[in-house]
Every structure is written in structure tokens, then in C-alpha cells.
Design a binder for this molecule. Structure first.
Ligand code: ZN
Length: 309
């Protein structure tokens, strides 16, 4: 499980000229340097519903019961058109860094071993392979746009072709992601919007202030869908929207339903409308690979199953 990453680590020096740059705080967008020469892989045909692009949007801290017609009309539209559950479950501990690691590895924190929740370089980085490693090994281009620097524990500078990871806000993250959707059209993208969680810690989950931030995050997802439409990518793209945890009061460390239950939505022209049985957010990993038509590695038996598109 560690070999791919170990191999990639060994290649850091050789890849230095093209390695992507993990943005420093408030670093300009131009610091994200695309790795050129990685071709867009034509999708194999063995999986029904195969797409060329998968965009995972994680709305940090979005509780399932914050998804409604008043505050999240875009997500409600995606639910009406795509496959979804508003009863998905996060992992334990229900914290940002462990949960995002689970989303992109399909492993629970007991298996991927990242259980802390702040940026502490001395603790080292993820050793397990992620779906971004597997996608790149299969010739797909990858990109991560994230608004919290702790996600650097998951993605180091040589792990993805484009990265933009620092203490950004939602608008900065989405602006960067859409810009690169236009210029590079990565095959696999993670867009992490941090502000709903920040507002929850500041003013409380479901407070008027936090719900206003939920509405803004929903609007930004709408701008992503608009960009996909403008770029005529709709027919070949799947968007997964989920969250790492919800919250209760000003926290999200309890086992309460409001903390553990999050939305999980898969949307795209090739995704049939249906209501899914509740899934774990770990299902995000293998579902994304399957949507791209990447065969799930044989040694991933311990990881959660994909949800069929
Ligand atoms: Zn979080």
C-alpha cells in the first residue's frame, strides 16, 4: 500500500521542475503550476456511466439537515436530478482531517491512521495511497483546491498535478478551481470549501450567520455547475458533493446525529436519479474511481465499496 507513494517520493528530485506548488497562505493563484505532459486518459468502457471528469466538492461542516430548499437550492436541484442520500455517515473521529483522509482513501481512520486535526508537520504525512495516486498512475490528471492547510498532510507537492492548499476562504477556493477547470480540465478534482465549518465554530451550527454561509457555499457550487455547462463538460462529468461532518452547537466532536449525518450526492448526465441507501463518506473514494473507469486496485479489499453510478 505504501509502494506507490514511496516510489513517488523517490522521484521528487527528478520531478522538481514540474512539481506542483502547495500555495502559501494568501499566495496568488499563479503559484499553482500545472504539471504538463500528463495526458488526459480516454475513459475505458467497462464501467457503465463512465465519465472523463470527477469533481468532489466537500462542504466542510455541512450537516445533512442544513440541505433544504431555502438555503441550498443548488444541492436540492442536484438531489432532484442525481443519486443521493441525506443520511450519509462520517467516520470516527468526526474531524476534518481524518474525515477528508477517509474520503480520498476509502479507509477509516483506524486504517489510514490520521486521527489528529491540525497542521502539524512533525507528525508526518499520509502513507496510504489515495484515489489521486491511483488516478495518476492510470494516466489521469488530478487537482486539489482546499481552504485549510492541514490537508497538506494528505496531499504533498508531488501527489497531484495541481494543488492550492492553504487557509483560503470559499470564494478563493472556488475561483481557483473554476479557473483551472477552464485552463486544465483535470480528470479528478477535490474542491474543499472551509467556511461553513468556520461559521459553525464561530456562531454555532444552524445559526443565522452559519446558514448564510451555507447559502453562499451552495451558490458557489452553482457557479461550478455553470462553468461545467459553459465548458460543455456536462455530459462527461460527475460531481460528488458531500461533507466531512455536521455540527452541534459550536462543535462537531460528539456522536450526535447532527454531527455524524451529512449529504452525499452524485450528479451528472450519466447519473440516474435515485435515492441511495445511507453510505459512509468512505464510499466517495471507490465511487470516484469507478466513475472515471479506473479499476479498483486488487489490494484495496479493506476499503469501502463503490456506489454504482
Ligand atoms: Zn471539518
Amino acid at each position: 500500500m505504501r509502494s506507490n507513494r514511496a516510489r513517488r517520493r523517490a522521484g521528487i528530485a527528478a520531478a522538481a521542475a514540474t512539481a506542483c506548488f502547495v500555495a502559501l497562505i494568501a499566495a496568488p493563484a499563479t503559484d499553482c503550476k500545472p504539471k504538463r505532459g500528463v495526458r488526459t486518459h480516454p475513459p475505458p468502457l467497462e464501467w457503465p456511466g463512465t465519465v472523463e471528469h470527477v469533481v468532489i466538492v466537500s462542504i466542510d461542516g455541512l450537516a445533512a439537515d442544513e440541505v433544504d430548499g431555502e438555503f441550498t437550492p443548488v444541492l436540492m436541484k442536484m438531489i432532484a436530478e442525481g443519486a443521493s442520500t441525506v443520511a450519509a455517515q462520517t467516520v470516527t473521529p468526526s474531524l476534518t482531517l481524518p474525515a477528508h483522509t477517509s474520503m480520498v482513501t476509502g479507509l477509516t481512520p483506524d486504517h489510514h491512521r490520521i486521527k489528529w486535526n491540525n497542521y502539524r508537520p512533525s507528525l508526518g504525512n499520509l502513507q496510504a495511497t489515495t484515489i489521486f495516486d491511483v488516478a495518476r498512475d492510470n494516466g489521469f490528471t488530478t487537482a486539489v483546491f482546499a481552504g485549510k492547510d492541514k490537508l497538506k498532510h494528505i496531499f504533498q507537492e508531488d501527489d497531484v498535478d495541481l494543488c492550492f492548499i492553504a487557509q483560503h476562504n470559499d470564494r478563493e477556493v472556488m475561483k481557483e478551481a473554476i479557473q483551472h477547470l477552464h485552463t486544465d480540465s483535470p480528470n479528478l478534482m477535490l474542491i474543499h470549501l472551509p467556511d461553513v465549518d468556520r461559521a459553525g465554530h464561530f456562531a454555532g451550527w444552524k445559526s443565522g450567520m452559519q446558514l448564510g454561509v451555507v447559502r453562499e457555499a451552495d451558490r458557489l457550487v452553482g457557479s461550478l455547475l455553470d462553468a461545467i455547462e459553459v465548458l460543455e463538460m456536462r455530459g462527461k462529468t460527475a460531481v460528488i458533493v458531500t461533507a466531512d461532518h455536521g455540527g452541534q452547537g459550536r462543535h462537531h466532536s460528539s456522536n450526535d446525529t447532527d454531527v455524524r449525518t451529512v449529504p452525499w450526492i452524485v450528479w451528472g448526465d450519466s447519473i440516474a436519479h435515485r435515492t441511495l441507501a445511507p453510505v459512509s463518506i468512505t464510499a466517495t473514494a471507490n465511487t470516484a474511481l469507478r466513475l472515471l473507469g479506473v479499476e479498483i486496485p486488487e489490494d484495496w479489499a479493506a476499503r469501502d465499496e463503490a456506489v454504482s453510478p
